[in-house]
Design a binder for this molecule. Structure first.
Ligand SMILES: [Zn+2]
Length: 146
């Protein structure tokens, strides 16, 4: 049977689940949180970022942001809303470029918000600026499919 590896949006631990077209119920094996209630995961260290990106099999969408950045704060609800549409299809990570500088540096982030999509640990696309929800969802759909 095929499996997927996906990080729990509640406790950040990576879960291994059988791959299905649709899930009626999926519970985290560690914290018992509902894996179908997808939300962005706030990254607090490079180690945590590497742990998740290195382990998961689903695409990873990273929002590089900072508290002083107006457009980033404007974009945050959009990122959250769209994350909720991809339970078990993608992990959504938030990287604060002031607090997790090492990761931002590695990706050569010069302007924020920057949204990058990774597959198997490698960046496959990115956009810059606070996209309207419709545009962001369209861009993501094209890359990770639904
Ligand atoms: Zn969990």
């Amino acid at each position: 049977m095929e499996h997927i590896l996906v990080a729990c949006p509640h406790c950040k631990k990576v879960n291994r689940l059988p791959k299905k077209e649709e899930y009626k119920k999926a519970v985290c094996g560690f914290c018992k949180g509902d894996l179908l209630k997808n939300k962005p995961i706030e990254i607090t260290s490079p180690e945590e970022f590497d742990e998740i990106v290195g382990k998961v099999s689903v695409p990873v969408v990273v929002d590089f942001w900072a508290e002083w950045c107006g457009p980033c704060l404007m974009f945050a609800p959009t990122f959250k809303k769209v994350a909720a549409r991809y339970p078990l299809k993608a992990n959504f990570l938030k990287v604060n470029t002031d607090r997790v500088r090492e990761v931002a540096g590695r990706f050569g982030i010069r302007s924020i918000p920057t949204i990058a999509v990774l597959k198997n640990g490698r960046e496959i696309d990115r956009v810059m600026g606070a996209l309207p929800e419709f545009q962001f969802a369209l861009w993501l759909d094209k890359i990770i499919g639904e």
